[in-house]
Ligand binder design. Structure first.
Ligand code: KIV
Ligand code: ZN
Length: 433
């Protein structure tokens, strides 16, 4: 990855602005099997869940939220299956979610019996609208709710000393909650859990609904990092959703603001407009010279698994993975790419017009990069003939031949592959028949 350009854009490279850079990857946590799964038209069955789990492990996730075991028998059984069939690799920690309700917490710990390591994730809503309309609770009552159930975690975990426990707490709707109040709740929970540098807990800050712009959320994260009492005993995690379509920016700014950990889903599956797309953030880092520590070198295989498990297609223009993202239709783009490929030396910084990443790094091929349709110019046509058939057209012939091809394509209304161009070439010039 060192061959990629640094994070700061060209005009900022010489400026001192250390906070505005992502210099190392966060702790990644996939929530595909929980937040992603709960938002599917047809939730995954056990076979699909296993496929997804194995895919996430293969990518390199070390923390995976595998479900909400107290929510249904399927969820409970899946957790048991992972444990009983010893499917959890030694370097992976599974995470499960539960609401702050006594019987659900008991059932959650029951589901986890015998697990070597686990993150148990507690949540309750903290935002004014939830306090007023849904929960009918005062601020003090919410603090007490969080405190009592955090204590319950501690008591239950003590019954299973063979497991290595880590606790996580989410003030649901954090981004809609008054900062002083969410800090009060967080402090109450971390006090019960005795969070310390030796025994860190995770405080997860969700934009449960993305109501504000990314910079506002980042300011909130920074404020929280500065004001919670036990910052050194806390892994600050963020959990962006994507209601404004800015989940990626939210995550990136939150990392710059001090967050240590990110929760999200592959290709942005999740409630409503989805969770944060973890692939986007990881590959944005990758092209800016930071190794994300996640392996997307065969991105099409990952996409196929995700589409199968979620039963949802990935959009053809989805960043980094869509069918069309390494395809150039415009003639001027094709021409520029052709020149840059010709000038490029192996191992050089990837500095290619119109292609932000070398498709090869994701297992995609150059062959797919240039296709020819009625919007294309002579450059793309000449490139394909040369790349596929070794024919170098002189400039005058390029101009003449591209006009012929344009006419053919206009008449047929289709896109041309290299083989179609070759047919027209043979027909027109009859050289090789
Ligand atoms: O979006 C959200 O608030 C959540 C919490 C349960 C963490 O998914
Ligand atoms: Zn969520």
């Amino acid at each position: 990855s060192s061959k990629y350009r640094p994070f700061a854009p060209v005009n900022l490279r010489d400026r001192t602005w250390p906070d505005a850079q992502i210099t190392h990857p966060p702790i990644w946590c996939s929530v595909d099997l929980r937040d992603g799964n709960q938002a599917l038209i047809e939730p995954m069955d056990v076979e699909r869940k296993i496929r997804m789990f194995e895919q996430l492990v293969k990518i390199g996730f070390k923390q995976i939220e595998v479900g909400f075991p107290s929510a249904s028998q399927t969820e409970f059984d899946f957790m048991r299956k992972l444990i009983e069939e010893k499917r959890i690799p030694d370097d992976v920690t599974v995470q499960v979610l539960t609401q702050a309700r006594e019987h659900l917490i008991h059932r959650t710990f029951e589901a986890l019996e015998g697990v070597p390591r686990a993150i148990v994730h507690l949540y309750n809503a903290t935002a004014p609208v939830m306090r007023r309309v849904v929960l009918n609770m005062s601020e003090d009552e919410i603090v007490e709710l969080a405190r009592t159930h955090a204590q319950m975690f501690k008591d239950l975990a003590a019954r299973y000393p063979q497991t290595q426990w880590q606790f996580e707490y989410s003030p649901e709707m954090y981004s809609d909650t008054e900062l002083e109040f969410s800090t009060r709740v967080i402090d109450a929970v971390t006090e019960v859990w005795e969070a310390s540098p030796e025994k860190k807990c995770i405080i997860n800050l969700p934009t449960t609904v993305e109501h504000s712009s990314p910079n506002i959320f980042a300011d909130m994260v920074e404020w929280t990092c500065r004001n919670i009492q036990r910052r050194d005993g806390v892994v600050v995690s963020v959990h962006p959703h994507n209601d404004r379509g800015t989940g990626t920016a939210t995550a990136e700014l939150a990392l710059m603001a001090g967050a240590d950990r990110l929760e999200g889903c592959l290709f942005g599956n999740g409630e409503r407009t989805g969770n944060l797309d973890i692939v986007n953030v990881a590959l944005n880092m990758y092209i800016q010279g930071v190794n994300p520590g996640l392996d997307f070198s065969d991105i099409d295989a990952i996409r196929a698994t995700v589409e199968y498990c979620n039963q949802l297609p990935v959009h053809p223009r989805h960043p980094y993975v869509g069918d069309l993202v390494y395809t150039s239709f415009s003639g001027s783009h094709q021409d520029a790419i052709k020149k840059a490929f010709a000038a490029r030396k192996e191992g050089e910084i990837w500095d290619m017009p119109y292609l932000p990443i070398d498709p090869k790094d994701l297992g995609r091929s150059y062959e797919a990069v240039i296709r020819v349709n009625s919007q294309s110019g002579k450059g793309g046509i000449a490139y394909l003939l040369e790349a596929e058939y070794g024919v170098q057209l002189p400039r005058r012939l390029q101009i003449e031949f591209s006009q012929v091809v344009q006419q053919e394509m206009d008449a047929l209304g289709t896109e041309f592959a290299a083989a179609d161009l070759w047919k027209v070439f043979e027909k027109e010039y009859g050289l090789f028949s």
